[in-house]
Design a protein around this ligand. Sequence first.
Ligand SMILES: [Zn+2]
Ligand SMILES: [Zn+2]
Length: 336
Amino acid sequence: MTTRRDFLLQSGMATAAALLTRRDAAAQQTPAGAAQSPPAAPAQPNSNPAVQPNPDLLQKLRASAADETIRTTKLTDTIFLLQGVGGNIVCQIGPDGKLLIDSGIDTGTHHLLDALAKLDAHRLRVLINTHWHFDHTSGNAELHLEGAFIVAQDNTRIRLSSPQYMAVYDLHIPAASDAALPQETFPETETLWLNNDQTDLVHAPFAHTDSDIFIHFNKGNVIHTGDLWFNGMYPLIDLTSGGSINGMIRGVDQVLGLADDRTKIVPGHGALGDKTALEAYRTMMVTVADRVEKLKAEGNTVQQTIAAKPTADLDATWARGSIEPDTFVALVYDSL
Ligand SMILES: [Zn+2]
Ligand SMILES: [Zn+2]
């Protein structure tokens, strides 16, 4: 019997080929899409279950981030978790200067700088973006002006460089300023040697987007998964940025392969977690993907698949985030 895991391993080569094709396509198509920059679509009934319209999301997040201070949690003697309105932020401190993972929402940057100043006296040196989404990158420009050298996967720079559209929220996002763009990008992996640790940055292709990386502090035994993991909730899969459920599962498998029972695993959203919690999330994703795949193979439309309620027994545990069960099912369906 072929398990989903076997299937994913077998399809690795095909994915690598698709990666090259689609990344080239993205590089060519994005500027054209930017030039068209469509005005707001006329109001019409929402018939696409993969859409939870929230075109004001950016403004709402910016308003909350301006007010909310940052909560700091010590993970090791040199690694800290910083939580506010945007995605979870991690800071490593030490004699080489601060290494920061993700920059949060721009209106909250002064709160973030206050929190960083309390950690130690060294300056901010490197900022890593886990992916291009605004709740992880919109503080980039100000932190770059503070001295941060920004590192990310190639597609993070490509997508930040031009206007983007997130179908799941019917949301148009303008191009970022030059100061917000990564200074160094890489396709698959990168290793930094700062503050007496080896820090690996690893691309997870076509997962939550096409720009996701996770970051592994080897000595610190801490992993930041970016938005590969929404701890305790159905995740957002951004299909318009190249995301897919199988890529999410593959990305989580990469992280699980590096974690042990003592690894502190920071999700993109939600509470600090560990290997057991990440395994439960993987099981949920595989269960939903298998059920949806079967319904789709039987010829059910996305509406019929949603009506079959393939997540009914899971919702009490996992429908705790911003992604509704029906939306998650539709995103899974559309990406299979
Ligand atoms: Zn996020
Ligand atoms: Zn995201």
